[in-house]
Design a protein around this ligand. Structure first.
Ligand SMILES: N[C@@H](CCC(=O)N[C@@H](CS)C(=O)NCC(=O)O)C(=O)O
Length: 213
């Protein structure tokens, strides 16, 4: 069985969990406590030398990078609907996943850390950083909004792993302080994502981890 090493509250962990649920891929969670810094300990670093979550193991095979984990799982599952083999459809999905990893996730991550994680850790939010990043976030959200004006899901009429990958960085958009209401197609799409059973099933763990305890 695929083992996933993660903390459900973090963006890239949530991405993998919701993606595996979408695919109907069986998995076993090995919890790595992000808030306690367990991802920086030698045990975890031997799996993922980046010291970032998540990582996965399939027997002796180890993998990190959340999008690579999702693509691997989708191939194992052979789900043509969620990860089509047609070269153009697949390239479109890769395009959005690469864009997400290179641009969208780093931008959304700033809001996640500053507006969701730091208040929980009783650390001060860097308001100047948030304000500075907002210009970039709005530019990126505009790109997504324009794409989502054309179809229900990012890669067409069917939900794919690209939707999960791109939705995960904004999974706590209210708490992150992201102005989603200013982007009507993005707003419509994230509401659709939030209705997916795979999303709902993985929401409770996120809320629990981000509730002071
Ligand atoms: N591109 C990586 C990013 C992983 C990443 O940055 N994960 C965050 C949690 S969402 C993390 O572990 N951050 C801790 C750190 O950077 O020290 C992936 O998609 O797996």
């Amino acid at each position: 069985m695929l083992q996933v090493f993660l903390d459900p509250a973090t963006i890239n962990s949530r991405k993998v969990l919701a993606g595996l649920e979408l695919l109907g891929m069986p998995y076993e969670i090995k919890h790595v406590n992000y808030f306690a810094g367990a991802h920086k300990q030698p045990d975890y670093l031997s799996l993922n030398p980046n010291g970032t979550l998540p990582a996965a193991k399939d027997g002796d095979y180890t993998l990190w990078e959340s999008d690579a984990i999702l693509q691997y799982a989708a191939d194992l599952k052979g789900s043509d609907s969620h990860y089509p083999k047609d070269p153009k459809k697949r390239a479109d999905i890769h395009r959005w996943m690469l864009w997400e990893a290179a641009h969208w996730q780093p931008s959304c991550y700033i809001f996640f850390i500053e507006n969701a994680v730091k208040p929980l850790m009783k650390a001060p939010t860097d308001k100047a950083l948030v304000e500075k990043e907002m210009t970039n976030w709005r530019r990126l959200a505009g790109i997504l909004d324009a794409r989502l004006a054309k179809s229900k899901w990012l890669a067409g009429d069917t939900v794919t792993i690209a939707d999960i990958a791109v939705a995960a960085p904004m999974h706590m958009h209210k708490r992150q302080g992201l102005p989603v209401d200013d982007f009507p197609n993005l707003k419509r799409w994230i509401a659709e994502v939030e209705k997916l059973p795979c999303w709902q099933k993985t929401q409770g763990a996120v809320e629990a981890a981000l509730t002071p305890h």
